[in-house]
Design a binder for this molecule. Structure first.
Ligand code: IPM
Ligand code: MN
Length: 351
């Protein structure tokens, strides 16, 4: 197969972890006889510095023309402490999601047998955890009407959803549930929010199209609690943008490190793959960040192009590296800490 992939390394540790995913993907291409063309493009603070814009038109054109996008991270501390900054790296990410129509964000949480005891949660609570949070990504409070009034002393952000937006996300949730244990949990705050009541009523109306799927409805505050009590009781979950943002960060550390969980963002056509973690500016340029989340994001990419064996080969080599202790400092705990690039080299050589 021939794949054209746009490569958006972004900020902080983005370029370092992306390099490792490219090494591993190229090793897969060689082994399984595929051709991958990588096209780098600017995004985030790096793009602001170069052209004054966090998601330049040229980058959008490259992403649109590509079969998929592999994304590193964006964000820079110099913007975080400056609430008056007019242009922010994060705006690039939001613009990209919107312009590429990436309305469904697939964020899995699973455990690695060799890391079970690295989890902040007890072994018996997390064993068997394998869930996917499907987060709506182009609507809700992130994209609603916002502003200031009363001379700037009052600020507002509004959460708006249409039935069609809920339906297209829920459809992906039902379809995903059908390929797994046929359990779907709709996470909302329907006891308080009107937009949540629209979510619930829309999903309820869709239940009859998927009679085999067992649907549950839970409030987001209760889910936040149950996710640390019994994460292994969940399978596919669907939720709106902001709830999904918060719950997926909570869920992402269950496996033992922030640097492990991959994600995919998909729409009608475009596909983007990125680690769940952020730009980790304190580690930028030090060659210490864990590249596995990005490498596993590349595995999700291959799988979406029906290259199932290729995806499995990546997961197998990642498991092997963890079992043999070829790990970065976040997981080394007294043992040898390998560099980001050394882990990438080891994975590529062992494919
Ligand atoms: C994420 C990030 C983004 C979000 C930020 C960087 C805008 O936290 O991908 O989860 O809030 O969606
Ligand atoms: Mn987030």
């Amino acid at each position: 197969m021939k794949l054209n992939i746009a490569l958006l390394a972004g900020d902080g540790i983005g370029p370092e972890v992306i390099d490792q995913a490219v090494k591993v993907s190229n090793a897969i291409a060689k082994k399984f006889n595929h051709e991958i063309n990588w096209t780098p493009a600017l995004t985030g603070a790096a793009a602001i510095d170069a052209v004054g814009e966090p998601y330049p038109d040229e980058t959008h054109a490259i992403c649109e023309a590509a079969d998929a996008v592999l994304f590193g991270a964006i964000g820079h501390p110099r913007f975080d402490n400056d609430p008056s900054a007019k242009v922010r790296p994060e705006q690039g990410l939001l613009k990209m999601r919107q312009k590429l129509g990436l309305f469904a964000n697939v964020r899995p949480t699973f455990t690695f047998p060799s890391l079970i005891d690295k989890s902040p949660l007890k072994r018996e609570r997390i064993e068997g955890t394998d869930l996917i949070i499907l987060r709506e990504l182009t609507g809700g409070i992130y994209f609603g009407e916002r502003g200031r009034k009363d001379n700037g002393d009052t600020a507002f952000d509004t959460c708006t959803y249409t039935r069609a937006e809920v339906q297209r996300l829920a459809k992906k949730g039902f379809e995903l549930a059908m390929t797994r244990s046929k359990k779907l949990c709709c996470v909302d705050k329907a006891n308080v929010l009107e937009s949540s009541r629209l979510w619930r009523e829309t999903v309820q109306a869709m239940e009859k199209e998927y009679p085999e799927v067992e649907v549950s409805y839970e409030f987001v505050d209760a889910v936040a609690m149950r996710l640390v009590q019994w994460p292994n009781s969940y399978d596919v979950m669907i939720t709106e943008n902001l709830f999904g943002d918060i719950l997926t960060d909570e869920a992402s550390v269950i496996s033992g490190s922030m640097g492990l969980m991959p994600s995919a963002s998909v729409g009608e056509k475009a596909k983007l793959y990125e680690p769940i973690h952020g730009s980790y500016p304190q580690a930028a340029g030090k060659d210490i960040a864990n590249p596995l989340a990005t490498v596993l994001s590349a595995a999700m990419l291959f799988e979406d192009f029906k290259l199932v064996e290729e995806a499995q080969a990546i997961r197998d080599v990642v498991n092997k590296s963890l079992a043999e202790g070829i790990v970065t400092e976040d997981l080394s705990e007294g043992g040898k800490a390998y560099k980001t690039s050394e882990v990438g080299d080891w994975l590529a050589e062992n494919i």
